[in-house]
Design a protein around this ligand. Structure first.
Ligand SMILES: NC(=O)c1ccc[n+]([C@@H]2O[C@H](COP(=O)([O-])OP(=O)(O)OC[C@H]3O[C@@H](n4cnc5c(N)ncnc54)[C@H](O)[C@@H]3O)[C@@H](O)[C@H]2O)c1
Length: 338
């Protein structure tokens, strides 16, 4: 007998909700039942498109027997309370990145889900991108030897109007600027490719906008392996490629700029040159929805569970601590498990 479809509810029907709704529709075994937003017109727009019901009442969503999974797509400071309430109502959760804005809140979310016996999955979709997975496979197969340096850039552009909207430039809803809103994806990838971070030194600044949180920053990592790394990020940069990742080891270099993946074993031309088509919007969210469905069905942990997501949050918090203290910050507690 085919398994009953899992009922999904999306809470927060803003920018990212479209990718969740599409991913739920395209995945086997899932169905969007409710779209919820305090702005009912947004909930209605999404619900109409996907044949779901609309509501502005989150508590009513949690009372529904036909909702098994709640996708929390509100701004980060709202994540913790919504996830805890969903867990206490017996719902599995798929929450957007960053898991939340403080480590204490992350612990509370993880504990609530564990206590309720529900799954907690966090969107960190870059882990599943074709180009990053290929890079990881090449590293694991020893393509450049043991990596000793990583250089990541994620520099993009948002107009002033983006930060003026809904207090975005204040950090009130996100817990910070470019590091937590945008580069959290890159911090997750850095941990995935290079392993635990022992310490970090960082600086942040406002260089291209009028706003309270950083639109530019740089971090220098020392990994538990002894390797070093740098990340530069910013939402004030006008250029062609948003993201590049370059990893060096004793046998060569891996490089990607979201479009090509190259491997060098000597100076000059790459010996492996692969054009990898960019993943279509929504496909990586779909992989994470499918992973959660399988985790529920097989009673296993999602690939990006609360603990995995907590590591990039710990790293971004260490970055902010270093920016404030102007000193290196050690990540003893989390470096063991990165
Ligand atoms: N994975 C990615 O690539 C990616 C990209 C963009 C945003 N995000 C993340 O997605 C989350 C949402 O970001 P966004 O850009 O979609 O924000 P958004 O501001 O466009 O949407 C948030 C929505 O939540 C609604 N909302 C606020 N309070 C609510 C409440 N109490 N109950 C129900 N709805 C409520 C708002 O009305 C709004 O429609 C954030 O965590 C963000 O970091 C992830």
């Amino acid at each position: 007998m085919p398994e009953r479809k899992l009922g999904f509810a999306i809470v927060g029907c803003g920018f990212i909700s479209a990718q969740h709704a599409w991913a739920i529709k395209e995945s086997e075994g899932s169905e969007l039942r409710v779209a919820c937003d305090i702005d009912l017109s947004r909930a209605r727009a999404l619900a109409t498109q996907y044949g779901a019901e609309a509501t502005a009442d989150f508590a009513a969503v949690l009372r529904r027997d036909d909702v098994d999974v709640v996708n929390v797509c509100t701004l980060p400071v709202l994540h913790a309370e919504m996830v805890v309430q969903a867990a206490q109502a017996g719902k599995h959760v798929l929450v957007e990145k960053p898991i939340t804005t403080t480590l204490a809140e992350a612990e509370r979310m993880i504990a609530a889900c564990r206590q309720a016996g529900v799954k907690l999955a966090v969107i960190h979709q870059l882990r599943f991108s074709t180009i990053i997975r290929r890079m990881k496979e090449m590293l694991d197969s020893g393509a450049i030897g043991k990596p000793f340096f990583i250089d990541v850039t994620y520099r993009t552009f948002r107009p002033q109007s983006y930060f003026d909207q809904n207090e975005r430039g204040t950090g009130k809803w996100d817990g910070g600027g470019a590091f937590i809103t945008h580069a959290i994806h890159d911090l997750d990838v850095i941990l995935m490719l290079m392993g635990p971070v022992r310490s970090v030194m960082a600086r942040r600044a406002v260089l291209g906008h009028v706003m309270q949180v950083e639109d530019a920053g740089g971090a220098l990592f020392e990994f538990a392996s002894g390797a070093l790394g740098v990340l530069t990020t910013g939402t004030c940069v006008k250029r062609h490629h948003d993201r590049t990742v370059e990893i060096h080891g004793p046998e060569g270099t891996l490089f990607h700029n979201e479009k090509v993946l190259e491997r060098y074993v000597t100076r000059g031309q790459p010996i492996t040159y692969a054009e990898i088509a960019a993943d279509q919007p929504g496909t990586l969210h779909k992989i994470q929805v499918q992973d959660l469905i399988e985790a529920i069905q097989k009673d296993r942990e999602p690939v990006v569970n609360g603990e995995v997501a907590q590591r990039s949050l710990a790293l971004v918090q260490a970055i902010y601590e270093s920016c404030a203290s102007e000193r290196a910050v050690h990540l003893a507690e989390y470096s063991e498990v990165n």
